[in-house]
Design a protein around this ligand. Sequence first.
Ligand SMILES: Cc1cc2nc3c(=O)[nH]c(=O)nc-3n(C[C@H](O)[C@H](O)[C@H](O)COP(=O)(O)OP(=O)(O)OC[C@H]3O[C@@H](n4cnc5c(N)ncnc54)[C@H](O)[C@@H]3O)c2cc1C
Length: 454
Amino acid sequence: MKKNIAIIGAGAYASYAASVIYDVHPEWNVHIFEVGDKKIKTQDEIGFTSKIINNRYDALTKGRYFGFGGATAKWGGQILTFSKNDFIDPDRYLSEIIELNEKYRNNIFKKIGIENNVSEMILDNGMYAKVGVWLDYFHRNLFYLFGVDKYKNVTLHPYCRVTKILYNGTKVEGFQYIENSEYKIASNYDFFFLSAGAFESTRIMMVSGLQSLTKVEFSDHIAKKIFKIKGTTKIGKVDMQFKIKKFSFITTRIIGEKDGVSYFGYPSFNSEFPLFQNLKKLLFNHHFSLGLVGAIIKDLPNAVRFVWNYFIKHKLYVYKNEWYLVLHMENPRGHGNVFLADELDKFRQPGLAISFSISEKSEAIFNSVTKMFDKMLTDDKIEHYLIDEAVHTEKFEDEYHPFGLYSDFDSVEDYFNQFDNMLVVHSGVLPRAGGINSTSAVFPLLEEFIRYYM
Ligand SMILES: Cc1cc2nc3c(=O)[nH]c(=O)nc-3n(C[C@H](O)[C@H](O)[C@H](O)COP(=O)(O)OP(=O)(O)OC[C@H]3O[C@@H](n4cnc5c(N)ncnc54)[C@H](O)[C@@H]3O)c2cc1C
């Protein structure tokens, strides 16, 4: 049967949903309602508002992007999925998410156009190594990577800020949105995807009376550099050096779980490579001086090594063979909350307030996992130096994986059946982020739902 589908938002999950619908039901009409347009805007530029309460969790102020592609226009673009190695004792809902991740893993890598069939390697100490794909800079925006703008069954509705879901107790009848400062109602759709980002979707659910009006819990990864490593990119059998495939990086990380909390050790390469820093100053900060040009020329031998490694050896050159090991970890749930704020945004909608703190348990786990990595490096006789950095919630590069906002489900079936004719989809439907950049771990839920539940 031909269906009319409305998708709210045009970011990662909206793009993935449109793409699967196009694959399996190209005859369905898909209407995408998006607050922005082609030009990607920050929270302030689009006119949304959020307040940080007593912490430095800046995912809303600095990590939200609006327009076609949403945050994927600016994200790191790391694509990874869960396997049975990821969690020691997952509940039924999480176990089923893992099964779906294993079922649809190849579809995801096929869609992004880069194969990843490297098996995970279990290490002697119980940790394991997982390989991911880090999409190249020019192919990160999933809206354009999947070609959503070119699907014949898709109609785009830019400049539409969705404000409320209209639910009559049994069915979603439509939604309210603002276009050109006018309130409008969208109805006549058979099915709705609410995919306006983890925090904005939650805000819409709250003001629509579909999630708690007072506060919604969430958590995210936290991180800190733990060691500077010299002389090798290998830790035991695991080589952390990035390989290059079709201009994208093939990355490796070491993952583990302690006391119900997932963590991963991940390399930070070339943060002190003068060529990168100088080019950045020249290209992005437009800082031009003869000294800067001189410094770039002086560093040319390293530039040649970089290019040689990239194009001939298909590996990322590691400046001076020195790098940082960064430890990322799930902050246990119970230390983050989202509230509706009193302050109204440019659209006269209530903004959000966020509280987030790092638990004492996190600090203790950080210390104990740091010791485990220290032992691995020492046993391997690798030159390494402890870095004295505070655990932080400020994010960079490939971060922001909010989880646990809308995830208290008994099973995947329970999640799918929350509404007869709407699926709420964002990274917060995951109860855990595990040791991965977790956006892609939700794509399999969309695959299964669109193929078998719609
Ligand atoms: C700097 C950074 C790096 C990251 N790196 C990685 C990474 O390497 N790997 C990874 O897995 N994850 C990464 N993430 C997280 C990833 O970007 C998000 O998990 C993912 O984009 C979430 O998809 P989404 O569809 O929920 O939201 P988004 O992709 O943000 O899309 C939401 C869309 O909804 C639109 N919208 C919002 N509100 C409304 C409204 N009221 N009405 C209509 N439209 C609306 C927005 O304009 C946007 O287009 C990163 C995030 C950031 C910020």
